[in-house]
Design a protein around this ligand. Sequence first.
Ligand SMILES: *Cc1c(COP(=O)(O)O)cnc(C)c1O
Length: 391
Amino acid sequence: MTAAFPAVLPTYNRTPLRFERGEGSWLWATDGTRYLDLTSGIAVNALGHAHPDLVATLTAQAQALWHVSNLYEIPAQEKLAQALVDATFADTVFFTNSGTESAELAIKMVRKYWHEAGTPRETILSFEGAFHGRSTGAIAAAGSEKMTKGFGPLMPGFKSLPWGDHDALRAAMDDTVAAVMIEPIQGEGGIRPLPDACLKGLRDLCDQSGALLVLDEVQCGMGRTGRLFAHEWAGISPDVMMVAKGIGGGFPLGAVLATAKAAAGMGAGTHGSTYGGNPLACAVGAKVMEIITAEGFLDQVRRKSSALRQSLEGLVAAHPAVFAEVRGMGLLLGLKCRVPNTDMVKAAQAAQLLTVPAADNVIRLLPPLTITEDEITQAVTRLDKAAATLS
Ligand SMILES: *Cc1c(COP(=O)(O)O)cnc(C)c1O
């Protein structure tokens, strides 16, 4: 024991705030202060804190059965997989515990697909500003200096392209490209949406070359954009998709969705997870899925998104020295700042509003998908108040 070294590995620059209770869009700190939460645990608490149906499902499942090995059939896992297959392009699903693990399987699946094809291809194209997780594979995929420095040698097989550069992409799409891995909306990268036309063009390029299209919907999926998955807006579908964050509503759960063709090489023994898809996680995931896909749920996300977006446009106009623009879709919104984004996060916090910084000097607004119209009004009032302290 070295006294000076913190008991918690200090990889996070933490805000000195401790929460002890959450309900809906609100968090209570230990000093009793109530915060309006536009972080949702970074797009995780999609249904807010302590959603009564999730609490009931978790509690009932906890009393029945927490965990059994994937050596056995798991009905809750089958139920959630079927719900995802019924609602998406996918034929099959593997459950993980995080977005990073989903990225790892997506990479393995791509490699195995080309191995089985008998014409191995090794390069996965990715994009500057991307975030796919913190494993050795995922940091190599994202390729940024910030995440990879000191962690070499990096896993080979990735090539990072500039974001939004069609010519660079077209030039890179040769017959060594195994797959293209991309977030339809970059989250950590600063809420940077890929225009629908680009996603369509990317699908076409993949079809022409045979490369697989791997979408990372860990942050933008599960209803966050007002459709179940963000790529639905472009009318295309991927071959492989990574999901996590919102899918468990706060319970650690992730998934890889794939077509039968992309997944054909992944037979018994090719991949596994001790916890992935256990009864507790899948019971909660199935309830989240049921609520998000219920009639009218995504309509209300889209309605609230328009209301929030419109108010944010007004806020940008009212504080031109603080904000540059509104970005994003649905309830995955960003405000590009003219002041340092971390100053804005602090000012918002002083107004009892929680937001998340992102790259490109953006603050992210990721309310629970269940936020009420009144809470949206309160959020905008608090942002306005916070901005006024900075201009
Ligand atoms: C958060 C995130 C990940 C990593 O997920 P973890 O659950 O933290 O491992 C991967 N991709 C995207 C787009 C993310 O936002």
